[in-house]
Design a binder for this molecule. Sequence first.
Ligand code: ADP
Length: 732
Amino acid sequence: MPQMRNFLLMFLLLNCFANSASAQSESMSDEKITALVKKAWNDYKKANFEKSLITSRVALNYATAAKNNYLIAKSYKIIAGNYSELSEFDKAIFFYNKGLFYANKTNNDSIKYSLYNNLGNIYCFEKKQFDKGISYYKKSIAYGLKINDMSQVYFTNVNIAWAYFDIGKYEEGYPYLKFVGNNIQKYGDRSTGIVVNMLNGMYMSHKNENVSANDFFKKAIRAGKNSEEKSDLAFAHLEYSKFLNKNERHKEAYENLALYDKITDELYNQEKLKKASSAGFSLELDEYKRQIDKIENEKDSQYQSLKKSRIIVVLFILISLILLFLIITLVKNIKFKKKHNLELLQAKEIAEEASLLKTQFISTISHELRTPLYGVVGITNMLLEEHKELSRSQHLSSLKFSARYLLSLVNDILQINKIEENKVVLENLTFNISDEITMIKNSLSFLSQKNNNKISITIDPEIPEYLIGDKLRLAQILMNLVSNALKFTKDGEVEIIVKLQKVEGKIYFLDFLIKDNGVGIAIVDQGKIFEKFVQVGRNDEDYQGTGLGLSIVKRLLGLFGSTISLESNVGEGTSFLFVIPFEYDPQRTKNIIDEIEVDLTSHEVYRILIVEDNLINQLVTKKIIEKNNYICKVVDDGFGALDILEKEDFDLILMDINMPLMNGFETTKRIRLKGIRTPIVALTAFDKDEITDEAISSGINDIIIKPFEPIKLFKIISYLINEAKNELSINK
Ligand code: ADP
């Protein structure tokens, strides 16, 4: 599967890309980084700020590469501490916060403690933002208690108390001072000795306990003189001076203030020196800061691109999975469709086979039925003619009726099957609409008399006399509808009304209305009656139908591209309406009329040969032929025909098709091979369309379907014989 390979390749490439994005410049073990951090810390302690900053920057670089958040936080803490010592408080705050960011990613509470504490120091005592500073201190205490580092907590308490006192919030600061007082023995040292006494002095002064306050200040100054923490001593002098001033001991107050100034000056000068020594370095510091920022930014962008590439990889995998899923579904679908198509194909083949079998079955059955029916109808007719006394016999008329019914059933089934198989093609014949309808009226006169009905015909004078179209199918439609109307109407009237609806070029649309005032059709039945074999309220005594009439009508109209509609009320009558388009072309009509056969029936005596294997049919056909005073010879099969043709001449041969030993087609071929050109008419129970091609190719001149109207047979016989004679005279 090529898609799959591509997918894997892409996946690998992307993975490489993701890895390269996360690749770091250099790596160093945590121990070594820790050693670097320690070195930086020691330098810081020794006030080697430059060295400390360089080392801590290197440590930060490696810690970042190693993704060690604790060491990153520590490095930042030292960097910030250095800046703080160099009085770069904003930078210090910035780096403490950075440190805090990484410290919060660790479980190490000790570093969190010291970072919060340092931030508290800067905010309270450098930035004079006491509230912010105190809140940092308090956070720091929480971590100090968590790690149980009470000495640190002790120092922070000192700072908080001092901060509160600085802003005059003595009562708020006092609990912290109290805690410090309680723990001074345990955690106190010289430097805190100065501050703690000073703070006590401040609190007592606030409480106006002047003696006590005085004592505390004195203790603070004494401790300060023995300590190196000169700045604390300076503050002790300052606060004592404020106290003395408040107590109007101005001289002492002045002396203490002067001492404060002196120490502060000294400290300031030292600070200046320190600053001066690091002045040149300050520029470098900025550079370091920039580099640190760069590391930060690099790290950040690395992180971002890593994040992005991860997102891309995840998205890619997702999309690939979806694609894979779609491909699998597609393949499955195709497979399913293939299988399904195969099944459909098989089903189609089976259906086609079944349909072919059905057609063959219907054609065979109808052939097999028509042949004996031909005998039954023929013999019944013969009996009635030869024995006139039997014409009143109920049995004989029932026999005739049944035979006719069976015949029409077979014909109807065959017709429906042909339409369903799309085998019916409309023919274009010229006809006179008025003549056609009159013929239908006449042929149904028996039925109209039976029920005492009148048939009236109204034809729109706008309709041309001759039209072109399938008059046989039109006649079939009208016969069905009019005979139905006559069957279901008693003592009434059946109207056949034809109107010109519209003309489109050569096409004339005729509106047909077949209207009766008979029993009518209930609304519930109106949809059903067009279905096959549906009969409503069938009454055997009144009529017999096959239930196929309307079904055939509907299908035939379908061939004309038309539909049938019906209006009916029970007891009032029924109207069937439809429109059929016919062509009107005077020139074509003239040509067709010129070709119309004239009645060629003559009174000449012709010699006819009948080739037929069925004895009954032999008898029936012979009788029909002889009735017209023709001379008739019968042979049982094709060989008999070939034999007799050797000896005798005939004017025409009536050839059965379905015969044992040699069928009608084969016999005809052999006759033609002998050079005999006598017209041959196939007399068969097969459907005409089924055999036409083979009949023509074997040399048969025309086909007549059994049972047939004798008059039709005689017309054809006369026509063919005359044609043959004409040909003969031309050739002579
Ligand atoms: P059938 O062979 O029974 O006439 P059709 O398909 O021609 O079969 O008609 C189906 C049914 O429709 C008939 O049985 C009859 O009940 C009803 N029908 C058809 N034409 C009419 C009509 N003009 N008046 C009353 N009923 C009709």
